[in-house]
Design a protein around this ligand. Structure first.
Ligand code: CP
Ligand code: NVA
Length: 312
C-alpha cells in the first residue's frame, strides 16, 4: 500500500519517476490527449481546511485520468460530531480507492492510513505539504534544467511547506538555506530525517537567521505565508516576528542574476513578498500553481499503481 504522508515516503527513484511522469502528463493533459490510468477509480478528496489549488488540482487530475472524485467536506461528515477518525476511515476505505486529505493534525492522516486500507495522500497537514514539494520540484526542473547542486533560500516560517522542502532538498541534492526568526525553525524530526536521507548525493539544509545571508548567491528564493491555517491566534505576534523576512527587490538583488522566485500561494503582497517581485520577470509562481495539476496526477498514479483498491 503506497501512501504519501511525508515526502520521505517517496524513495529517491520513485520521486524521480513521479517527476518524469508529471512532465509527461503535462504534455498529454495540455494537448487534451485521453489518459485513462485512473479508469474506474473513485478518489475521496477530504478537506478540513480551505483550498483553491490543491483541492481543485486533485479533483481535476482525477477526472483528466479517467477517474471519479468525491469531495468530502470534513464539516459535513459525522467526524464533525465526534465520530472517531478510525471508524470514519474504515467506512470510507470501503467505498473509495484512495483518499486525498487536508487536515489540521498530521496524526489524523496516520489514523487514516492505518484504518482505511487504501492509499492516503497528504494534501497538507500541520507537519508537511508533500504534494506541493512535488510540483515545486517539477517547476524548478523546468526553470533550471536540473535540481542537484542548486541553492534555494527559503525565507520565513519553517512550516509545513518548508518541512517538505527540507526533505525534497535531501532527496534531490538541492542545498537549502532556511532563514527564519528564532522559534520558527523547521521541525526537528524532519531535519533529522533529512540528514539521514541526504547521504551521498543528497542536499543539506542549513538554518540561519538572516534573509540576506540565505539569499546571497542563491538560485531560488522561496517564501510562504507568515500565518498558516491553524496559526491565526498567533497573528499579531507573527506579524512582528516576521518583519524583515520579506522577499523583495533588495533581497532578490543579492541572489544570482538568473535567480527565480517561488511561492506556494496564497500570497499576501506587502507581507512575505512584494507585488513587484511576485509579478516580476523572475517569478515562477504561476508556473508552480499550474504544475500542481500535473504533480497531483502523477502522485495519484503512483499511489494507485499496484493497488487493487477496496471493493474490487
Ligand atoms: N498551495 C496550496 O496548497 O494552495 P491551496 O491552499 O489553495 O490548496
Ligand atoms: N503554510 C500554509 C500553506 C498554504 C498552502 C498553510 O498551511 O496555511
Amino acid at each position: 500500500m503506497k501512501s504519501l504522508l511525508s515526502l520521505a515516503d517517496l524513495p529517491r527513484d520513485d520521486l524521480e519517476a513521479v517527476l518524469s511522469r508529471a512532465a509527461a502528463l503535462k504534455g498529454a493533459i495540455r494537448a487534451r490527449k485521453s489518459v485513462t490510468t485512473l479508469d474506474g477509480r473513485v478518489i475521496g478528496i477530504l478537506f478540513e481546511k480551505p483550498s483553491t489549488r490543491t483541492r481543485t488540482s486533485f479533483e481535476t487530475a482525477t477526472l483528466r485520468l479517467g477517474g471519479s472524485p468525491v469531495y468530502l467536506s470534513a464539516g459535513e461528515l459525522q467526524l464533525s460530531r465526534g465520530e472517531p477518525i478510525r471508524d470514519t476511515a474504515r467506512i470510507l476505505g470501503g467505498y473509495l480507492d484512495a483518499i486525498v486529505a487536508r487536515v489540521f493534525s498530521h496524526d489524523t492522516l496516520m489514523q487514516f492510513r492505518e484504518s482505511s486500507g487504501v492509499p492516503v495522500v497528504n494534501a497538507l497537514s500541520d507537519l508537511e505539504h508533500p504534494t506541493q514539494a512535488v510540483s515545486d520540484l517539477l517547476t524548478i526542473k523546468e526553470a533550471k534544467g536540473r535540481l542537484r547542486g542548486l541553492t534555494m533560500a527559503y525565507i520565513g516560517d519553517g512550516n509545513n511547506v518548508c518541512n517538505s522542502l527540507v526533505l525534497a532538498a535531501a532527496l534531490t541534492g538541492i542545498e537549502l538555506r532556511v532563514a527564519c526568526p528564532a522559534g520558527y525553525e523547521p521541525n526537528g524530526g524532519v531535519l533529522a530525517r533529512a540528514k539521514s536521507l541526504g547521504g551521498k548525493g543528497g542536499g543539506r539544509t542549513t538554518v540561519m537567521r538572516e534573509p540576506e545571508e540565505a539569499a546571497s548567491g542563491a538560485d531560488l528564493l522561496y517564501t510562504d505565508v507568515w500565518v498558516s491555517m491553524g496559526d491565526e491566534a498567533e497573528r499579531e505576534k507573527r506579524m512582528k516576528d516576521f518583519r524583515g523576512y520579506q522577499v523583495n527587490a533588495a533581497l532578490l538583488k543579492l541572489a544570482k542574476r538568473d535567480a527565480r522566485v517561488m511561492h506556494c500561494l496564497p500570497a499576501h503582497r506587502g507581507l512575505e513578498i512584494t507585488d513587484e517581485v511576485i509579478e516580476g520577470r523572475r517569478s515562477i509562481v504561476w508556473e508552480q500553481g499550474e504544475n500542481k495539476l500535473y504533480g497531483a496526477a502523477a502522485v495519484l498514479e503512483w499511489a494507485l499503481r499496484g493497488s487493487r483498491g477496496r471493493g474490487r
